[in-house]
Every structure is written in structure tokens, then in C-alpha cells.
Design a protein around this ligand. Sequence first.
Ligand SMILES: [Zn+2]
Ligand SMILES: [Zn+2]
Ligand SMILES: [Zn+2]
Length: 158
Amino acid sequence: MANEGTSSSRFEEEEEELGELYGAESGWVEARSSCDHLASLASDLVHIPPPDSPCFRCHHPAENWLCLSCKEVLCSRFINKHMLNHHQETGHCLALSFSDLSVWCFACEAYLDVQLIQQLQPVYEAAHLLKFGQRPPFRSLDGVELCSLQNKGGSAKS
Ligand SMILES: [Zn+2]
Ligand SMILES: [Zn+2]
Ligand SMILES: [Zn+2]
């Protein structure tokens, strides 16, 4: 008698309820969760110029962008377009805004979600640390327990 009841394939589905940690209510424009140009990131992006660095070309003092390929600080398209020119001249397409720490890809023409793209997190953290004196509040990939239910205070406004 062949015992054919052995088709017990196990599917262990562990569904953790982490779904809505970062709700879409933050009001930011759609940021991409991937980008084909991350290979152009500089290798040591933990060392970056301070966020109040002036534009390397015109010395505009504020709201500049950091080129994530060569770490030049350049002004925005609303000032003298030096970051945009830099992209056109060099092909460097990834830039971090020192005004709100968002990352823009000129090639994708889109913002990139620093919370979802692991390669961007070191420079985001570095910039956040320089700008605000502390690391950013989110932790997504460090294995930190996201659902510690002890603080049910619900004080999660940002
Ligand atoms: Zn891109
Ligand atoms: Zn400039
Ligand atoms: Zn560059």
C-alpha cells in the first residue's frame, strides 16, 4: 500500500501588519521606489558638504542641491540652474535637495523615495544629521522592531 498522503507542502505565510507605516498622507508628490541610475552614486556619501554650502559656481547661499555623483553643491533651477546645467554637462542625474532632503533624478524626472531605496539612505542620513543635528526618525531596514506595541500613545504626527 503506497501511502500517498505526503503532499504536505508547507506555506508559512507570515503576514505582518506593517502595511501602512508610511501613509500616503504626507503630501509629497509621488516618489519612485526605484531608479536605474543608482550606480552613479558616489561611493562615500556619508561624507558630504554641509547643507548650508553655497553653490560652487555662483555662491548662492541657500536651497542648493548636492550632486550625488561628484558631491558638488549647485543651485536649483529656480536660481541659476547650476544643478540642471551640471546634469546636462556631465550626465550626473541624482541630486539631493538641501532644502528638504528629497532626492531628484534628472534622468527619471522624478523624486526618489529615500525610505524605500536603500542606496540613498546613507546620504540621506548624513544630510539629515548635518542639517538637523540628528538622524532621521525612520528606520526601515535595520531590523529595528517596528511594531513595539508598548507605546500606544498614538502621537505619530509628523
Ligand atoms: Zn533615475
Ligand atoms: Zn549657482
Ligand atoms: Zn556631479
